[in-house]
Structure formats: structure tokens, C-alpha cells
Write a protein that binds this ligand. Structure first.
Ligand code: NDP
Length: 247
């Protein structure tokens, strides 16, 4: 049905673009009240205005997930404003690809702080509420958590960490009714690669993806919808989605 999430509250990080924004649209269309978090609040306000016009309830959160205190405040604000928390989508992330040799190590710091620690802080802050609501945590991991490759070592480190954390978490909470879902997309057409600082790597990727039909952010949002609307006895633990053209 088109309102499978009526009465539910979802918090989505990195909702200002790409997969997070598409996920906010899909979950709102299913009837969930959505808390949308990111640093670019102007974009979140535009999204809120668009979704509110369709009757959705949207709560905007200015959030840098690397700031643990801000994370706690954002979860608190969501529960205060929307009354509960059923679904946490840990989507905020950066992909600063490049070789290990000569790497700008601040790229690694940003990836670990955002993709790993940010996701862990969010999960930690949300967990008491998810245990109460028998809710779900959805991690937007990556093909990079399954297949390591040259030029991606730092990003691989961050996404392998996401999968390891998530499996440990799953064993800890699944029998208490909290579902842990890991989604692993291949190449999706978003702003993600625009932030790569290593120019040759950025150019190589742009050339490579220009030749294939990339996934759309909405394709991944559909996977999130499938997982979070499944019956409560069923957990979709892992979904691996690649473009047909990505060998
Ligand atoms: P985008 O760059 O379009 O979106 C990334 C989002 O993360 C933005 O909304 C950005 O918002 C947010 N973000 C980044 N840093 C922070 C931070 N410190 N605090 C809060 N929000 C932050 O890329 P995608 O939609 O592609 O990326 C979403 C997720 O999907 C990432 O985890 C990525 O690793 C994963 N993924 C993407 C793939 C792809 O090919 N595109 C493939 C596999 C996985 P703002 O800058 O406003 O804070």
C-alpha cells in the first residue's frame, strides 16, 4: 500500500542530495514523518517545502554527523518534535578516492570521521529509541565494503568498517526486534565523486562512469523502501545492487 509507514518516523542523514534526498522522498510518500539532516540546510528547506506541499511532515536538522554532541541533539530534537523514532537511515558519507602513496591524509580523516564514526554516533544516539519502537537501522554502505581495489583503499577501510559494525550490532539487537539493514550500491549518479581531491583519480572515474548507465538515487531509495516495509519478522540484512553495465 502507499502508506505502509503511516505513523512512523524516519531520520535520514545526508538528505540534502543524492541517495538521502531520494530516500526522504520515498519514505515520506509511504506516509512516514521524516527528519532530514545535513549541513546544507538551504537544500533541506527546499526539500521540506516540496514534501510539505504533498502533505508530508518534515523536520529539518542542521547536522554535521562528525560532531557527536550535534548528533545527540539531532536525535533528541527528532523525538521531541515527531514523538518517536522508527527508522534511522545512516546515509551521510564522502568518497575521497585516490592512491595510498602520497595521499592527503586529511581525506582519510574526513572519511573515517563521517562514514564510520558519524554512523556509529548516530546509531548510538538512536538505539534507545529504536529499541522502544522495534525499529530499523539502514546503513548505506557500498560495493566498496565487499570489493576492495586500488585507488579506493581509504574508502574501502571506511565501508568495510560500516559492515563490520553493522553485523556486530545486528547480533546484539536483532532478538530485541531491531532490524539492521545494510545496502551496498555500485555506481550511483550523485554528487559523491565531485568531492574527490585527487585530480587524476577524479578524471579517471568521470571517464569510466560516463560510459555506463549508472544507478539512480531513486533505485537505492526503492531498496530502502523494500527493507523497511517488510513484515517485522523479516529482516533484509543485506542488499547489493550494481548497474547492469558495471562488470
Ligand atoms: P551525495 O554527495 O549526493 O550525498 C552525500 C550526502 O552526505 C549529502 O547530503 C551531504 O550533505 C551528506 N554529508 C556529507 N558529509 C556530511 C557530514 N559531515 N554531516 C552530515 N551530512 C554529511 O552522494 P550519495 O548520495 O551518492 O552518497 C550517499 C551515501 O551513499 C554515502 O554514504 C556513499 O558512500 C554511499 N554510496 C554512494 C555510491 C555512489 O556511487 N554514489 C555508491 C555506494 C555507496 P551536506 O554536504 O549538505 O552535509
Amino acid at each position: 500500500t502507499a502508506s505502509a509507514l503511516q505513523g512512523k518516523v524516519a531520520l535520514i542523514t545526508g538528505a540534502s542530495s543524492g541517495i538521502g534526498e531520494a530516500t526522504a522522498r520515498v519514505l515520506a510518500a509511504e506516509g512516514a514523518a521524516v527528519a532530514v539532516a545535513a549541513r546544507r540546510v538551504d537544500r533541506l528547506h527546499a526539500l521540506r517545502d516540496e514534501l510539505a506541499a504533498t502533505g508530508a511532515t518534515v523536520h529539518v536538522l542542521a547536522l554535521d554527523v562528525t560532531d557527536e554532541r550535534a548528533v545527540r541533539d539531532a536525535v533528541h530534537s527528532t523525538v521531541e518534535t515527531l514523538g518517536r523514532l522508527d527508522i534511522l537511515v545512516n546515509n551521510a558519507g564522502v568518497m575521497l578516492l585516490g592512491p595510498v602513496e602520497g595521499a592527503d591524509t586529511t581525506d582519510w580523516t574526513r572519511m573515517i570521521d563521517t562514514n564510520v564514526l558519524g554512523l556509529m554516533y548516530m546509531t548510538h544516539a538512536a538505539l534507545p529509541h529504536l529499541l522502544k519502537s522495534q525499529g530499523a537501522v539502514v546503513q548505506i554502505s557500498s560495493i566498496a565494503a565487499r570489493v576492495a581495489g586500488r585507488g579506493a583503499a581509504g574508502y574501502n577501510a571506511s565501508k568495510f568498517a560500516v559492515n563490520g559494525f553493522s553485523e556486530g550490532l545486528r547480533q546484539e539487537v536483532t532478538e530485541r526486534g531491531v532490524r539492521v539493514v545494510v545496502i551496498e550500491p555500485g555506481t550511483v549518479e550523485t554528487e559523491l565523486r565531485e568531492h574527490i581531491t585527487h585530480a587524476p583519480t577524479k578524471a579517471a572515474i568521470e571517464e569510466r562512469v560516463g560510459k555506463i548507465r549508472q544507478l539512480r538515487a531513486a533505485d537505492i531509495a526503492e531498496a530502502v523502501r523494500y527493507a523497511v516495509t517488510a513484515p517485522s519478522h523479516m529482516t533484509v540484512n543485506e542488499i547489493f545492487i550494481r548497474p547492469t553495465d558495471q562488470a
